[in-house]
Design a protein around this ligand. Structure first.
Ligand code: ADP
Ligand code: MG
Length: 447
């Protein structure tokens, strides 16, 4: 029996790992693992041999804990079995080969089934790029060509790229479409050169109707491959075939040839921005509901306020909460959520030590007051507010004793600091302007 939620969590784990390891590593060690059974309490995985099982646990136990049901001991609740074919043949147990035995056709269209337009939450930061993507999917080669999507990590570029792929393959069945990562394309070229079949590959790519290219930044400093890419692009564009490209930077900032940059700027360059607070809350609600987890509004806001520049991290937070609520079978309250997520913040930025001085500098800039005024005694409204925000952030961001932190504010006491922290904690719930100012300060400090 496959429990839907656990099955989804497993699929998400696989996606997550795929984005973290090299494609050879993924093909050798992760792709051969089969999900056999999933209940809310345990999953059963079939592995080709014991090495794969050990590899999975040695390398990804912590990540597995975030995605899967847990045993009482806190370990992921996985039952392993060795695949029957291995046992039957009584083959000696050996490490996986360089290549998986049954390699999928290199030209198979591989799209993440969760990355569809319907699952993509819109807001002011991504509305424009989403409409461009929908336009391209509806009329490939006839609207913007190429469509170039750029933006930071974890903001949904790959999600939109695959959404275009799903839409085209559903609505334009006759069109030949391929989605590739830039690294995948380079590996393909290398393989085909080795097998002396490069012409076959060129023919395949140049006969496509829609080519989706993820993460073009990986083409930087790969001079030999850039030319092949550029030739492919030109050939397709000349035939009015649709190209969509994603990148972490706009074309002009990529270290690529002028010719390549010019081709990429030819069509529409669209920026994927960081979602604003309301959009992040909507994403949290959507993702948690689809996982059967009920996150009250207040908690959704709390998460959205603390994780602001990466939707993938938001998903990580929901996975943690989901694992926790399954294990503890109790309702989530703010205290629990804060505990679980603060651990997560620590693990995401373990090395960065923030100082009171940095906080003061950033608060002074955003609130337009002097550092000396914040440290002083003035009760002037603006200065007092800036001081309280600085104290609030110092308590939130610095892992030190309250007494020590308070002393850095011109010798204040720890109860003054606590009072300020409580006051700002309450105010940011209700005051959107203040919430944004605090976010801005935080972002300046963390960047
Ligand atoms: P990028 O390619 O920009 O690094 P991804 O497309 O891989 O980011 O997105 C990271 C994760 O966040 C994915 O699981 C994706 O589904 C999710 N995500 C990003 N933006 C949105 C959004 N607007 N609505 C829903 N999910 C989103
Ligand atoms: Mg991506």
């Amino acid at each position: 029996m496959l429990d839907c939620e656990v099955k989804n969590s497993w699929a998400q784990f696989i996606d997550f790992i795929e984005s973290r390891c090299s494609s050879a590593e993924f093909q050798n060690w992760i792709a051969p693992i089969q999900l056999i059974e999933a209940t809310p309490h345990e999953i059963q995985l079939e592995v080709p041999n014991i090495f794969v099982q050990e590899y999975l646990l040695d390398n990804f136990k912590d990540v597995l804990c975030n995605f899967l049901p847990l045993k009482g001991s806190g370990e992921p609740a996985i039952r392993f079995s060795i695949s029957a074919s291995q046992k039957q043949e009584n083959a000696p147990v050996s490490a996986p080969q360089e290549k998986p035995e049954k390699e999928p056709s290199p030209y198979e269209l591989k799209l993440n089934h969760l990355y569809v337009f319907d699952n993509f939450i819109e807001g002011p930061s991504n509305q424009f790029v989403k409409s461009a993507a929908v336009g391209v999917a509806a009329r490939p080669g006839k609207s913007y060509n190429p469509l170039f999507i750029h933006g930071g990590v974890g903001l949904g570029k790959t999600h939109l790229l695959h959404s275009i792929g799903h839409y085209v393959s559903e609505h334009h069945k006759k069109l030949r479409i391929q989605a590739i990562t830039t690294e995948g394309f380079i590996n393909d070229i290398v393989d085909h050169l080795r097998n002396k079949s490069i012409d076959k590959m060129k023919r395949f790519y140049r006969n496509l109707d829609v080519l989706l290219v993820d993460d073009i930044q990986f083409l930087q400093n790969r001079l030999n491959f850039e030319e092949e890419f550029c030739n492919t692009f030109e050939s397709l564009l000349n035939q009015n075939k649709q190209i969509v490209i994603t990148s972490d930077k706009p074309p002009a900032q990529l270290k690529l040839s002028e010719r390549m940059v010019a081709r990429m700027e030819w069509g529409l360059v669209a920026h994927m921005g960081v979602p604003d607070l309301e959009t992040r809350v909507a994403i949290i609600k959507h993702k948690s509901e689809s996982r059967g987890l009920n996150i009250p509004n207040q908690i959704a806001f709390f998460i959205a306020e603390h994780i602001y520049n990466n939707v993938r991290q938001i998903e990580g937070a929901i996975n943690r909460l989901s694992a926790h609520s399954r294990l503890m079978s109790n309702n989530l309250n703010e205290e629990i959520v804060e505990k679980i997520l603060s651990e997560m913040f620590q693990s995401s930025a373990p090395n960065k030590k923030i100082s009171v001085e940095e906080i003061l500098k950033s608060v002074a800039a955003v609130f337009e007051v002097r550092i000396s005024e914040i440290k002083g005694e003035s009760r002037h409204k603006e200065i007092a507010l800036a001081r309280q925000v600085a104290m609030y952030l110092a308590k939130e961001m610095i892992d030190d004793s309250l007494m020590k932190i308070a002393a850095s504010f011109g010798g204040k006491t720890h109860s003054t600091l606590l009072h300020a922290w409580k006051k700002i904690t309450d105010q940011v719930q209700m005051n959107e302007t203040l919430r944004r100012q605090v976010q801005m300060v935080r972002r300046n400090i963390e960047s």
